[in-house]
Design a protein around this ligand. Structure first.
Ligand code: NAD
Ligand code: TYD
Length: 350
């Protein structure tokens, strides 16, 4: 494969993936397609932007003409599709932008791949990046496997589930060579501070209230973003066409326990008295339809393709907190402007 399109490469996971591929595979041309929404930031890729095998194209994946042009001009033969609206809370207040980007945008890309590849699928791949949230919500027991029936319960997860079904339909109907992976919650550097971990780190630093939804008893499985990028790399090279792979960190945390852990790490880093940051914890009105628990059985990718997470939560959180503390300018830039209004709407009087 020579010309690989990565969509959403200026976002959180996308930028880690672009960095990995540009540096590890100098013979593959990486074309990063991103329209730079509030979540996209080219500063995330400063260190690789001048590499000869890297190109950025500012294109909205819903813009059929522009997408087709990129496929033709760059002779795209592979796609790793990450571009999406990705925040559940925003999907509750504005579902339509999720339908547009996550569903329609995915179909535009699928059609462009069909158009560019015709019936010659040799060395071609359309790899769709999805989430464990498509499986719905677990009780106290059990894990999501690849055969767990889809039961999405937020506009975000419903839009991702729709996209997954469409990708599979294109495989079944048109033989398009596809693969899908469904991953649990990622954390690491460059994550937009609307998501739990960077939001809590940023608020602790600013001595602001730490909003915990409901009683903080919801459980998420956390995976370090570079482990996710490694899993994507593995599936891209070794995954079987038409298959789905679950990716998880084997690392379940109740939100309240995670927030308290972050408070302890931050107290130490900021030289505060033990317990000082915990005083900022504020229980707020729960998220509508808040899924109780996500947990992943990743034995298929581990046993079948040899991937497993390499970074412990202790090490990953240490790196993440250190990155946010050392990059306060990055944080202040992304939380100014549109995000300031979002924050007010989302958390004021909650
Ligand atoms: P993100 O919100 O940080 O980044 C999304 C990127 O997509 C941004 O750069 C944005 O500018 C771009 N984008 C959005 N709409 C676009 C459009 N219409 N056209 C072109 N570009 C557009 O998201 P993320 O957390 O990096 O997630 C990336 C992918 O991984 C998403 O598909 C998401 O569903 C999936 N995923 C995320 C997680 C997680 O924990 N963050 C877990 C599992 C799966
Ligand atoms: P989030 O990072 O938004 O990821 P997702 O909803 O995709 O799992 O949220 C992680 C968990 O943290 C989720 O259970 C909701 C909760 N949460 C809060 O308690 N407070 C917050 O301010 C946010 C953003 C999330």
């Amino acid at each position: 494969m020579k010309n690989l399109l990565i969509t959403g490469g200026a976002g959180f996971i996308g930028s880690h993936l672009v960095r990995r591929f540009v540096t590890k595979y100098p013979k593959i041309n990486i074309i990063n397609m991103d329209c730079l929404t509030y979540a996209g930031n080219l500063n995330n890729l400063k260190d690789v932007e001048s590499q000869p095998n890297y190109r950025f194209v500012k294109v909205n994946i819903c813009d059929e003409e522009a997408v087709n042009q990129v496929f033709a001009e760059h002779k795209i033969d592979g796609v790793i599709h990450l571009a999406a609206e990705s925040h559940v809370d925003r999907s509750i207040t504005d579902p339509m932008s999720f339908i547009k980007t996550n569903i329609e945008g995915t179909v535009v890309l699928l059609n462009a791949a069909r158009k560019q590849w015709g019936n010659n699928f040799e060395n071609k791949l359309f790899y769709h990046i999805s989430t464990d949230e498509v499986y719905g919500s677990l009780g106290d027991e059990g894990l999501f496997t690849e055969s767990t029936p889809y039961d999405p319960r937020s506009p975000y997860s419903a839009s991702k589930a729709s996209a997954d079904f469409l990708v599979r339909a294109y495989h079944h109907t048109y033989n398009l060579p596809v693969v899908i992976s469904n991953c649990s919650n990622n954390y690491g550097s460059h994550q937009f501070p609307e998501k739990l971990i960077p939001l809590i780190i940023s608020n602790i630093k600013q001595n602001k209230a730490l909003p915990v939804y409901g009683k903080g008893l919801n459980v998420r499985d956390w995976l370090y973003v570079e482990d996710h990028a490694a899993a994507i790399d593995t599936i891209f090279h070794k995954g079987k066409l038409g298959e789905t792979y679950n990716i998880g960190g084997n690392n379940e945390w109740k939100n309240i326990d995670l927030v308290k852990l972050l408070c302890r790490i931050m107290d130490e880093k900021l030289g505060r008295n033990v317990g000082e940051s915990e005083k900022l914890i504020t229980f707020v009105t729960d998220r509508a339809g808040h899924d109780l628990r996500y947990a992943i059985d990743s034995s298929k990718i581990t046993n079948g393709l040899g991937w497993s997470p390499q970074v412990s939560f202790e090490e990953g959180l240490e790196k993440t907190v250190s990155w946010y503390l050392a990059n306060s300018q990055w944080v202040s830039e992304v939380i100014s402007g549109e995000y300031a209004n979002y924050y007010k709407q989302q958390y004021e009087n909650r």
